[in-house]
Design a protein around this ligand. Sequence first.
Ligand code: PEP
Ligand code: MN
Length: 368
Amino acid sequence: MDLIHFKYWFDCLKDSNFLFIAGPCSAESEEQVLQTAKALNNIPLVKVFRAGVWKPRTSPNSFEGRGQEALEWLKLVKEQTDLLTATEVANAKHVEQVLRSEAIDIVWIGARTTGNPFSVQEIAQALRGTDIPVLIKNPVFPDLRLWLGAFERFYKVGLRKLAAIHRGFYPMVKQKLRNIPKWEVPIELKTEYPQIPIIGDPSHIAGLTDYVGEIAQKYLDFNFDGLMIEVHTQPSKAMSDARQQLTPDQFTQLLDKLKFRKPDFDEDFVDKLAKYRMQIDSIDYQIIELLGQRMDIVKKIGAYKNAHDISIFQLDRWKEIVISRIKMGLSLGLDKDFIRNFIQLIHKESINQQIKIRKNGTKRKKTN
Ligand code: PEP
Ligand code: MN
């Protein structure tokens, strides 16, 4: 992809360093759409209004969006505010409806769609001949090549106004955030294609309003190009993603708290430091996630040993663990004592967990 001047269209969209996109997860009614859009129109930083017209839901019994009629409401947003409008398209039919409606300025490709090359190809072909901006969310699984493949498909049909949205990745184990940031993936995208603007989506990473602010700040610190944040006039009544949407007031408070980088900062220094920190954060999250997985298995072993009256501590197994882990650590240039201490700490916690299981098991046996 020849991406020279790629960022120009994006820079034209915003008049600050950052592009803010805000709006409800879904367009639910004319009143909800217009009320939210008018509230956001009063916030000068917001340039684009987002609202899902078709919603990709896990269950077919969930609200799947209002479809065609919602496009009419978005047209009213264009008529009654200064905001540009954006919505998700997931197939060629959506694209046809969007283009016919003249209600939408920008489309985005949802995370589930980016993971499906057939759908991406179909959408790209339906958009051929237009110059509508396309924002491409990362696929649900952390596959950078697949994400870049989607860019290439749009690029090949002549679209040049492309940007990425980082919305995090599906967590294999339940954790604090709805989606894991895995910062190393957008960093790699940024390193390989510095011309592709990247917008952060803290709402879908957070899953809960409590965490939206801290993640939004990270995006600013890490020098991303924009933010997409879900805002709803009555989040508790939202028909999708109720727990992660902010009210317009909460959103204003969040914007007030955000610390924008000083323009006289040394860009290179910030970028480098931010990149390293992002990588460290991401690796730490993954270490903790893996520790959680390890402890889950330890609990299963504990229950099994308990059921078969096998002793918790097995000397031979422990010796083998220490030797093999130290060997692996040494091959990676890690200090022998560091690895021994680290594995001992994990082992101690594993034994504690198994002792707890044994105690509970014994209690249960007594009460039986
Ligand atoms: C959305 O933006 O509302 C949405 C469905 O996002 P994602 O594709 O990231 O899950
Ligand atoms: Mn949503």
